[in-house]
Design a binder for this molecule. Sequence first.
Ligand code: MTE
Ligand code: MO
Length: 463
Amino acid sequence: KEGVQYYRLDEIRSHDGASARPWVTRGTSVYDITDWIPAHPGGDVILRACGGSLDPYWDIFSIHKRKDVYEILEEYKIGEISPHDLVDGKLPAATVPDPFIADPERDPRLKTLTARPRNAETPSEGLSPFLTPTPLFYVRNHMWVPPVEPNEHSLTITLPSGDEKTYTLEDLKSRFRTHTVTATLQCSGNRRADMTRAVPDKGTNGLQWEAGAISCAEWTGVKLRDVLADAGLDLASPGPDAKHAQFEGAEAYGASIPLSKVLDSQGDVLLAFGMNGAPLPADHGFPLRVIVPGNVAARSVKWLKKITVSDEESTTQWQRRDYKCFGPNVAKPDWSKAPSIQEMPVTSAITGIQRPEAGGKVNVEGYAYSGGGREIVRVDVSIDAGKTWAQAELMGDEGKGSKSWWWKRWRFEIPDEGDEGGEVLVKATDESYNTQPEDYRGIWNQRGNLSCAWHGVHVGPGE
Ligand code: MTE
Ligand code: MO
């Protein structure tokens, strides 16, 4: 074509995320996006695609597949990929990067919702023990598992003063006291499918998790407050600009928590390198993640690279948008008007039903959990639609940590299920006497967050 500038793939590759002028391709077009990067709403994540094709990334971030985004990109077009590098007018598959190259093999027993990125819930058998077997721990990845070299991995901490300090993994392991904390992680979308079924006229947006976007493990690491003190933060008077601890993962995910949670000597916020007595697996943040016990799992940032102590919350969409709740009447939320979810409300679920071979009693079991380290004090079960209740037996599990950061397992025997069986309902109460709402109409929100109404499962012959 007349006047078209063509570029070879070798040259495009040299304009990667580390170069002075990063380029990307989309289809067969080439763009110099140097001037767009500072304005990119998703931040630096776009650098990952530079030097190659945007297409596999836009397949993940499907938000980009819109006319206005295409138009913005067109402003930066500088030419076309040379026909010498195309086969049948297209880039050969081998030259298109696979963002998921470092994703590990997964246990086939996990219940997969999406494979790329990996989102999978713990199956019933994994919800039964107090500590979830690591291969069955639920996985919630917004993007790919970032490739990391443990020997090269480091953590940089920036304080409001501008002071910066970088730690290798070895520094963290050798220079600080190691602690082990038992903590349940729960996704804000756990049990979203229940809300969707209960309010079918409105539905919810997001992954349709059943009751398995929750798991419990023993985490080993060093206390973030110890490391912040070493980095130069005055824990007793951190100053007016020290309000939030922002965390960044190696792929692009980020979130923050109030600094008060870190400073609390009973807050138990860990920089964790161990899970259930072994190194963290790739899916759960290898080699380093933050564990924020008692808070929504979205704050426990995996593949941790950077911590910034700041006067404001993390600016990511995961802090400022997605993980918030609004009234059931709100269709288009003003995101700035609600606080980010941190401590989650009390919830419970039925996760297993064991029926004896010939008649007899039916054993029902499940979990109950509350945020903020609030211990579960009671689990109530009803087999007559909530007219009468009885108490389930709480298992005596005890974890490690300053507060009750872990779930409580419970079991209940149904004396006689009758000929037809029926619905078993469960609700839990925490130490602050918070309890679960009866149904979903009053807590419905479009994102389907904090879906925590009474849980019901049909139990009966033939189930
Ligand atoms: N950290 C990074 N870097 N990337 C992510 O996608 N997902 C968050 C949180 N930390 C996420 C992350 C969310 S929403 C949840 S629920 C938990 O990780 C899930 O932790 P898990 O995969 O170890 O169960
Ligand atoms: Mo989550």
